[in-house]
Ligand binder design. Structure first.
Ligand code: ADP
Ligand code: PMV
Ligand code: MG
Length: 388
């Protein structure tokens, strides 16, 4: 039996980084997905089989003989890798997994894949031990660009692994895409969070939570999710600066600034918290006519600009992001970085009454700078599962 899963990426409308330090953030799923297919392989005679991983986006495939996994994890200090409940990857466990990743000779140019492979091995062996199996992963999301590819990776992978484990009492004969029960989604989310810890270092949990549960928009603070309803659909342009960066390093950079300037950074995080709270109230506020829609969108634009200013204070903007901000401002459009920054993606609010002609002009100008504009629906389903 094979299981397929898909989990969405996300945009953060306000509160990235500050959310790691306890502030409120507002985010939504987007209709770009990471997909996983997984099947357990029957062991052949005289051979314990292998755990195989194919990463379609990079054209790379990896394989670990089950016997090699067994031998590595026989190290007494960590006990058996199988775990019925989500738990963090201990430093000893992490060292053993790092040695298994090391053996794979990942090309130097793709060394950033390491953390994802590390998270894969942790989740696989925690949920299925050394059982041979094959996992194939592909994504519509640009990787390492602020749209939550790491969370979509961990959620779709945890969902697929759990769907073929004893942890789920799901009817595997049902055809088509299924949404899981709340308790099952919660379990997936917890495992995915452990995976995100390996990739982000110190994640807030917002990305895996949005990717697991979906919904039109969410407010998130200290692990707590609240669904919010937008009274008018928001149109966002996503511009990928194509400048590569790594969330873990950016999150660590902000924490360093907190150590150096604790009072100033606490004030910055408080300001972000207020912005996110106000943003969520405005998003939910009813609109009756064009005048009220324009007033609402103007307030949202101002809050996005204020949040961007505070992200600059945190040291996570980038010259490429500033170029996007300047370009969109020429058309009186407000933008902010989304995700970890340092390059990656920028959000621009496209007001409801903005003509298609202007949108096309902005996109053409941004693309002439070498950026890539993405169109994505804001809000949507979370993790889905399909058996075949
Ligand atoms: N489809 C994928 N294939 C392989 N690795 C992936 C995939 N999606 C995510 N990753 C892992 O996640 C990392 C990117 O995560 P991160 O730096 O948090 O950026 P973001 O989450 O914004 O895309 C990659 O370096 C890789 O390790
Ligand atoms: C910077 C942060 O707030 C969001 C990171 O998102 P992404 O990995 O850049 O898509 C980190 C986190 O909340 O875990
Ligand atoms: Mg990430």
């Amino acid at each position: 039996m094979e299981v397929r899963t898909r989990a969405p990426g996300k945009i953060i409308l306000s509160g990235e980084h500050a959310v790691v330090h306890g502030s409120t953030a507002v985010a939504a799923a987007i209709d770009l997905y990471t997909r996983v297919s997984f099947r357990l392989l029957p062991p052949s005679e005289g051979d314990a089989g292998s755990v195989e991983l194919e990463l379609k986006d990079t054209g790379l495939a990896f394989s670990w003989p089950s016997s090699r996994l067994k031998e590595t994890f026989s190290f007494e200090a960590i006990g058996p890798p199988l775990s019925p409940t989500p738990r963090p990857c201990s430093p000893e466990h992490s060292k053993l997994i790092a040695s298994l990743v090391e053996e794979q000779n990942i090309p130097e140019a793709k060394i950033w894949l390491r953390s994802g492979i590390h998270a894969f091995l942790y989740l696989y062996t925690s949920i299925h031990g050394f059982k041979p199996g094959k996992v194939v992963i592909s994504s519509e999301l640009p990787l390492g660009s602020g749209l939550g590819s790491s969370a979509a990776f961990c959620v779709s992978l945890s969902g697929a692994l759990l769907a073929l484990s004893d942890a789920f009492s799901i009817d595997r004969q049902t055809k088509g895409w299924l949404e899981l029960e709340l308790s099952e989604l919660e379990l997936v989310n917890k495992w995915a969070f452990e995976g995100e810890k390996i990739i982000h270092g110190k994640p807030s949990g917002i990305d895996n939570t949005v990717s697991t549960f979906g919904g039109s928009m969410i407010k998130f603070r200290s692990g707590e999710l609240t669904h919010i309803r937008s009274s008018t659909p928001l149109r966002m342009l996503i511009t990928n600066t194509k400048v590569g960066r790594n969330t873990k390093a950016l999150v660590a950079g902000v924490s360093e600034r907190v150590l150096k300037h604790p009072d100033a950074m606490a004030a910055v995080f408080r300001a972000v918290d207020s912005i996110s709270k106000e943003l969520s109230v405005i998003i939910e506020s009813p609109t009756s006519d064009d005048v009220s829609i324009i007033a609402k969108e103007e307030k949202l634009e101002e809050l996005m600009e204020m949040n961007q200013g505070l992200l600059q204070c945190m040291g996570v903007s980038h010259a490429s992001i500033e170029t996007v901000l300047r370009t969109t401002l020429k058309y009186k459009l407000a933008s902010k970085l989304t995700g970890a920054g340092g390059g990656g993606c920028v959000l621009t609010l496209l007001p409801t009454l903005l003509s298609t002609k202007i949108v096309d002009k902005v996109i053409a100008e941004l693309e002439s700078c070498g950026f890539q504009c993405l169109k994505a629906e804001v809000g949507g389903k979370g993790l889905e599962v399909c058996f075949s």
